[in-house]
Design a protein around this ligand. Structure first.
Ligand code: HEM
Ligand code: HEM
Length: 448
């Protein structure tokens, strides 16, 4: 009640002291805008939290891109036809005859791709500035749900152009589900609406993409913002400098506005220069070589070349997701410190572990490709064991040993050790994804 009264008082005061005189139309609009903004931001914010290099505006950028996806997506719906006989032709029609059709498709394509990158960077920003403790713990979990929704929105959109790229990428990616024991085939058939990608799949993906996922994104995003407000805004750096509160309008809002304009200019420029790809119409009888999943699943596809699919496509991704969800709930030594990389030592350990894990995963890929397959050493055992369970146990023990080493030998505290561990897992994932995107050619052989 007190805070509400405060807001009303501030608005009333600014009217009575003449700083806003709503007798003119301009000021009346400003007053309404200001009140509207106060639904999203608190009236006063800590000066340290609005420095650009504290958040890089990444959460705000994700909001802008989602709005862009909604606007362009709704426009695309006017001409798109979700049936195998007409989907591809509707895209050709959109590109060649509809006014600004190609541009709108390009914006939707590039902004969708950027959204995955920006949301992942926002996750990293929150992680590396310790913005996930205490009151913010559950908001991390909500954030992970948003990330999954963004990735699956992208994935369902991927099929819609119904060209060779779309058809085979979705066939490869959904094929991974088959490796889930017992329920895998059933699950895949439910998602595809049949035994293979076809007309039911296109309709299911279209409805998920333009109906169910957008509704979920709006609801969960509103919840996410509400939790940021409930936590009193973004995490405040616990450094020695003085804490000074400044009004959110214009200090924060002006910065957000600039970030939005620069981002929009960048997306429009991309869309003007590069057209969204469109290959020939989908042909279920002819598979391209190599057939690759969408780029954000290529880390998993790369892993499948090294380990048994039960582990590479199912157990390792699920274990990683559970680990990601649990990150805020490990017992840390200090919370809410809001400083990048936690400490100087944290930063140093993170950089070293990124270099070492990057080099080790590259070496592993090369050795496994050219010298011997990891499972061959124990070839007398079933493949699930020799090429799945045993390497999995070795890697898990390796990560645990690394964690203990950081605590006992490097004198890291729990925050620094967990941060270093996450950096090394992340680096492995990034290396796998880069190799999958750029260095796999015909028959998925390594090409340089
Ligand atoms: C997080 C939100 C969204 C993401 C990440 C996303 C992503 C994508 C992607 C990657 C494509 C394939 C684009 C291409 O290369 O051609 C696509 C297509 C499409 N999307 Fe979305 N989208 C989102 C939201 C929406 C919404 C809200 C709608 C409509 C209500 C929509 C409607 C469409 C339509 C009709 C297509 C087919 C046209 C085409 O492929 O150019 N999208 N989307
Ligand atoms: C569609 C995706 C997302 C949107 C639109 C979004 C939006 C935002 C915004 C606007 C903020 C406040 C300002 C800022 O930090 O830049 C924020 C904070 C936060 N976000 Fe997200 N977010 C998304 C995804 C995620 C993900 C993937 C995570 C982590 C898994 C996450 C976790 C958090 C947390 C914990 C905070 C509070 C951080 C702090 O207090 O410093 N969000 N988000």
């Amino acid at each position: 009640m007190d805070r509400k009264e405060n807001i009303f008082k501030r608005i009333k005061n600014s009217v009575s002291d003449g700083s806003i005189n709503p007798s003119s139309d301009r000021d009346r609009i400003l007053l309404v805008l200001k009140s509207l903004i106060l639904h999203l931001h608190p009236p006063m914010v800590n000066e340290k939290t609005i420095k650009f290099n504290h958040t890089f505006g990444l959460g705000g950028m994700a909001v802008v891109l989602i709005c862009l996806q909604f606007i362009t997506g709704l426009l695309l719906r006017f001409t798109y036809a979700p049936f195998p006989g007409s989907a591809y032709d509707s895209i050709l029609h959109l590109q060649s005859t509809v006014l600004f059709g190609q541009l709108i498709r390009n914006i939707h394509h590039w902004s969708g791709l950027l959204l995955v990158i920006i949301t992942s960077l926002h996750l990293l920003r929150v992680f590396f500035t310790s913005g996930f403790h205490g009151k913010r713990q559950f908001n991390w979990v909500i954030g992970v749900c948003l990330l999954l929704l963004v990735v699956f929105s992208n994935f369902t959109g991927y099929l819609l152009p119904w060209d060779q790229l779309a058809y085979w990428a979705v066939t490869v990616a959904t094929g991974m589900l088959e490796y889930i024991p017992i329920i895998g085939t059933g699950l895949m058939e439910i998602l595809l609406g049949g035994k293979q990608v076809g007309s039911s799949t296109l309709l299911i993906f279209y409805n998920l993409h333009t109906g169910i996922f957008p509704i979920l994104i709006i609801l969960i995003m509103a919840f996410h913002f509400w939790r940021v407000r409930k936590a009193g805004g973004v995490v405040v750096p616990a450094d020695k400098s003085e804490n000074k509160m400044v009004p959110a309008v214009p200090n924060l809002v002006a910065k957000e506005f600039v970030v939005m304009l620069v981002l929009l200019a960048f997306v429009f420029l991309l869309a003007l220069i590069f057209d969204a790809p469109l290959l020939e119409k989908a042909n279920p009888a002819f598979s391209p070589n190599p057939a690759k999943a969408p780029w954000y699943f290529l880390g998993i596809q790369e892993l499948m070349l090294h380990f048994h699919p039960l582990f590479s496509a199912i157990i390792i991704p699920i274990t990683s997701l559970i680990f990601l969800l649990l990150i805020p709930y490990f017992l840390y030594e200090t919370e809410d410190n809001g400083v990048w990389f936690y400490s100087g030592k944290g930063k140093q350990l993170a950089i070293r572990s990124a270099v070492i894990s990057g080099a080790a995963s590259l070496a592993f890929i090369l050795i496994n490709e050219f010298l011997f397959k990891s499972g061959k050493l124990l070839g007398f055992l079933p493949d699930e064991i020799s090429n799945g369970l045993i390497p999995f146990i070795i890697f898990m023990s390796g990560f645990y040993g690394f964690y203990k080493f950081l605590i006992n030998k490097k004198g890291a505290n729990k925050n620094e050790a967990i941060q270093t561990l996450v950096v090394s897992i992340l680096t492995v994932f990034i290396v796998l994804t880069i190799v999958g995107i750029f260095f796999r050619g015909k028959g998925m052989a390594l090409t340089f």
